[in-house]
Design a binder for this molecule. Structure first.
Ligand code: IVH
Length: 705
C-alpha cells in the first residue's frame, strides 16, 4: 500500500509534526499520517511509532477539528473508533456504542479538562466537581448482557458499534458470574462493561510454558488476555486464568424496557451495586478513589504512576470519571469519547533506541544467550541499556541488525524486550548479527540439540557455566543461602576459592572475614546461612544441581519417591514413568546426570561435608485425599450458618476434598443451606440435580470424618 520511500517520508513527517505546531493547512497531511500509522498498527501489526506518539498526533488532529469543525471530513480518523473485528466470531450490535476515551498526560491536561467540563455544564469555575478515579486496565474490553438475571451474551468492543460475540469463552472466566440477582433490584435487562485481564505473574508463567513448548511468546499481558478471550476452544480460555474487572453500567432496563440508570445516581454507586451482585470491581482504597476535586484526582493519578510496577495487573494509566451520573448525562458524548471521562496515560513504556552491540552470555547449562546493548533509554521510570535477545531464532525472525533502530518496551515489571526493528529507517550501514561458532568463554565448539532453541557450550567444566551453576545453587529457589549472591560467588571464584559446588561447603570463614568490605560478623552470618542450608530437604538440593529442565516442581515430585539422592544412580526411564507429571525429557536428563562419575563424586563430597542427602519429612507430599468423602465435588454454602463461620465451613469442606463454588449452576454438586437461604436454594431446587444438605447434615459429615 505504501512504498519504502513513502513510508520513510511519512515517518519523518510524523516526527516533525510531533515536535512542532501544526497549522490548519496541514490538517489533511496529518490525517494521512494518522491513517498510515493505523494501517501499520492494525493491518500490518507493525507500528513504527509508540502508542503515546500516536495518541499525541491524534490529539493534535482533534484539537484542529474542535477549533474548526467545518474542516472535519467523514473519513477523518476521528470519525470512527478502532476495530478488533475479524470473521472468526459472529458480530453483534452493542446496545449503546462502546466509546473510546480521550487522553491526558499531565496535571495541566487534567486541569484543562476540568475547566472544560465546567464550561460545558455551566458550572462556576470555583465549584469543585467530584470525580471517581480507577486504574485503566490494560486488557481487552468486554460487554456483558444479563437478562432475567442470566448472562445471555458477552461481546468484545469491536468497532464500538459492533463487537464479536464470545459468550462461551466469557463463561469460562470464573470472575464473570453466570447469574446475578438484578431482578431483586427491579432490573430486567442490563449491560455492564469491563476489562478482561491476566495477572502479570500469570502472563510470565504462560510465556514460560509456551517457550518450553516452542510456541511464539506473547508480547505483553494484554495480548495474552485478548488472545485468550479469542480462543476457538473455550476450554483453552479457561486455562489462561483470566479475570474480568467490571467498571461501568451501560444499560439498565426494567421489565417495561425503561432505562433506570438514574436510580443509580453515581459511578461509585454503580461499582458498589456490581460488587454486591458478585462482580469483580475496582475496590475502594486498593484501586478506586472518590476525589472531591481535580487536584485530588491529580495527586491520586501521580501516586499511582509511581507504584504501578508493584500492582499485580498491567495498567497503562488511570480513568477519571465524573461521579454524578446526572452530570454525566448533561455532558454527553462525542462520536469518539464521553465528555465525562478521560484517561490519564502513564509515562511511556515504549521507546526507540539504537542497537550498539550484542554480547553472548553463557548460562548454567551452557545455553548461549545473545544480549543487546542499546543506547540507554528511560522506560517507565527505569533506564534500560541491556536487553536479552533470547536466541538465534529470535534475532532472525525479527531480522534485528547491528545499528538498527529498535522499538523497546518495558511493561510494568516485565523484563524489557525488543518489540521490533524499524526496517524503514535503515540507511544500509546496518550489519547482520553473526552468531558465534565457539563458546565465548572456553572456545569449545557450540552445539545445538535438536528441538532446542538455544546453542549450547557442551563443556560442563566451562568456567562460565561453573560460576552460573554456583549462583543458581545458592539462589532463593534452590539452596536458599541467605546473603550469598552473584557478587560473592564471582569474587570468591576470582580468588580461586570456588571452583565447584562442593567448594561452597569448604569456605574458610577466617579468610573471608579479612576481605575488604567483610568483617567477622558478615563472615559469621555467611557461615550460619551455609550451615542452615546443609540441612535442607533434598528437593532443594536436586533443584540446585542445574539439571536441564529439572525445575522446583519436578524436584519435589522426585524427592518424594527416593530415600537418598544417590538412589537415583539406579533409576531407569521405567522408574520415572510411575511419577505423574515427570516427562521423558526430564527423566533422561536426570538419568544422564547420575551416570557421570564426577557428579556422583561431587554429591558424595558434599555429603561428607555435612550436606543432607536423605529424604526428610518436608520432601514427602502432604497426604493426598484421594478417597476423601467430598473428593471431586463442588460445594456452596448459602444462608446464615449457626454453629460455624462460613469461612471455617469452606475450609472444612476443602479438607474433605471438595472445591468451593461461588454460584449455583448445573455443575454444582452440593448446596449447604443455613438460615434464611433465599434464591440460591430456589435455583438449586429448580436445577434438581444438586444435593441439598442442612447445616446439621454438614456438621455430622465433618464429625464422622
Ligand atoms: S470506562 C466510554 N474504565 O480503556 C468510556 N475504561 O481507551 C468507557 N479501560 O475501551 C470506558 N480500564 O477497554 C473505563 N476503569 C476503566 C477502564 C477502561 C480500561 C479501557 C476500555 C476502553 C478503553 C478506552
Amino acid at each position: 500500500m505504501y512504498d519504502k520511500s513513502q513510508e520513510l517520508d511519512l515517518y519523518n513527517t510524523s516526527k516533525f509534526f510531533l515536535a512542532n505546531e501544526i497549522t490548519i493547512e496541514d490538517v489533511e497531511k496529518l490525517r494521512t499520517i494518522i491513517r498510515y500509522h493505523e494501517w501499520k498498527y492494525y493491518i500490518q501489526n507493525d507500528p513504527v511509532i509508540s502508542d503515546r506518539e500516536y495518541d499525541q498526533l491524534y490529539k493534535k488532529l482533534e484539537a484542529i477539528e474542535n477549533a474548526h469543525p467545518e474542516l472535519i471530513t467523514p473519513d477523518s480518523p476521528t470519525q470512527r473508533v478502532s476495530d478488533d473485528l475479524t470473521s472468526d466470531f459472529p458480530s453483534v450490535e452493542h446496545l449503546t456504542p462502546m466509546l473510546s476515551l480521550a487522553n491526558s498526560y499531565n496535571a495541566e491536561d487534567l486541569l484543562e479538562w476540568d475547566e472544560q467540563i465546567k464550561r460545558v455544564a455551566s458550572i462556576d469555575a470555583a465549584t469543585p466537581i467530584e470525580y471517581v478515579v480507577e486504574p485503566k486496565f490494560d486488557g481487552g474490553s468486554i460487554a456483558l448482557i444479563y437478562e432475567n438475571d442470566y448472562l445471555v451474551r458477552a461481546a468484545t468492543r469491536g468497532n464500538g458499534k459492533e463487537g464479536e460475540e464470545m459468550t462461551k469463552n466469557a463463561r469460562s472466566i470464573p470472575s464473570i458470574p453466570l447469574t446475578a440477582n438484578f431482578s431483586k433490584l427491579g432490573y430486567h435487562k442490563v449491560e455492564i462493561r469491563g476489562e478482561v485481564l491476566i495477572k502479570k505473574a500469570v502472563f510470565q508463567q504462560v510465556n514460560a510454558e509456551r517457550e518450553a513448548e516452542g510456541l511464539t511468546l506473547f508480547a505483553n499481558p494484554r495480548n495474552a488476555a485478548t488472545g485468550g478471550l479469542r480462543m476457538k476452544d473455550a476450554r483453552e480460555t479457561a486455562k489462561r486464568q483470566m479475570e474480568a474487572f467490571m467498571y461501568q453500567i451501560g444499560v439498565l432496563l426494567n421489565k417495561e424496557g425503561e432505562s433506570k440508570l438514574n436510580e443509580v445516581k453515581t459511578q461509585s454507586g454503580s461499582i458498589s451495586m456490581l460488587a454486591q451482585l458478585g462482580f469483580k470491581v475496582p475496590k475502594a482504597e486498593q484501586e478506586f478513589k472518590i476525589c472531591a476535586d481535580i487536584q485530588s484526582v491529580i495527586d491520586y493519578c501521580l501516586a499511582w504512576q509511581e507504584k504501578r510496577d508493584t500492582y499485580e495487573y498491567e495498567v497503562d494509566g488511570m480513568v477519571v470519571k465524573v461521579n454524578d451520573l446526572a452530570l454525566q448525562q448533561r455532558l454527553g458524548v462525542t462520536s469518539h469519547h464521553p465528555r465525562w471521562a478521560i484517561a490519564f496515560k502513564f509515562r511511556a513504556k515504549q521507546a526507540t533506541s539504537k542497537l550498539l552491540n550484542v554480547e553472548f552470555q553463557v548460562g548454567k547449562i551452557g545455553s548461549i544467550t545473545p544480549v543487546a546493548k542499546i543506547e540507554p533509554v528511560a522506560l517507565a521510570g527505569v533506564t534500560v541499556s541491556s536487553i536479552s535477545l533470547h536466541n538465534e531464532e529470535f534475532i532472525k525472525s525479527k531480522d534485528i541488525r547491528l545499528g538498527d533502530t529498535v522499538l523497546v518496551e518495558r511493561a510494568g515489571d516485565v523484563i524489557p524486550y525488543i518489540v521490533k526493528t524499524m526496517e524503514t529507517l535503515r540507511d544500509g550501514s546496518e550489519q547482520v548479527i553473526e552468531f558465534p561458532k565457539n563458546c565465548p568463554v572456553c572456545q569449545t565448539i557450540l552445539v545445538k540439540p535438536e528441538n532446542e532453541a538455544a546453542w549450547r557450550c557442551p563443556n560442563y567444566n566451562c568456567e562460565a557455566q561453573v560460576v552460573q551453576r554456583m549462583i543458581h545453587h545458592v539462589s532463593k529457589n534452590a539452596m536458599d543461602i541467605d546473603g550469598f549472591g552473584k557478587s560473592y560467588i564471582e569474587r570468591f571464584h576470582q580468588l580461586g576459592w570456588l571452583n565447584n559446588l562442593s567448594d561452597i561447603y569448604t569456605l574458610e570463614y577466617e579468610k573471608i572475614a579479612t576481605l575488604e568490605g567483610f568483617g567477622k560478623k558478615s563472615a559469621e552470618n555467611l557461615k550460619a546461612a551455609i550451615e542452615k542450608a546443609k540441612k535442607n530437604p533434598i528437593h532443594r538440593l536436586l533443584h540446585s544441581l542445574s539439571i536441564h529442565h529439572l525445575g522446583q516442581k519436578a524436584s519435589k515430585l522426585i524427592a518424594a519417591e527416593i530415600n537418598h539422592v544417590l538412589d537415583l544412580q539406579h533409576w531407569t526411564l521405567e522408574d520415572f514413568t510411575h511419577i505423574k507429571d515427570i516427562g521423558p525429557v526430564v527423566a533422561e536428563n536426570v538419568i544422564a546426570f547420575f551416570q557421570i562419575p564426577e557428579n556422583i563424586a561431587l554429591l558424595k563430597k558434599m555429603e561428607s561435608l555435612g550436606v543432607n542427602l536423605h529424604q526428610t519429612n518436608e520432601d514427602k507430599p502432604k497426604a493426598i485425599q484421594k478417597n476423601a468423602p467430598l473428593s471431586g465435588k463442588t460445594i456452596l454454602f448459602t444462608g446464615t450458618l449457626q454453629s460455624i463461620s462460613r469461612k471455617e465451613a469452606q475450609e472444612k469442606a476443602e479438607a474433605l476434598g471438595a472445591k468451593n463454588a461461588s454460584a449455583v449452576s448445573s455443575k454444582l454438586d452440593i448446596l449447604v443451606v443455613g438460615e434464611k437461604a433465599g434464591s440460591k436454594l430456589k435455583k438449586a431446587q429448580e436445577i434438581g440435580t444438586i444435593q441439598i444438605l442442612t447445616e446439621e447434615d454438614f456438621i455430622n459429615m465433618i464429625q464422622q470424618n
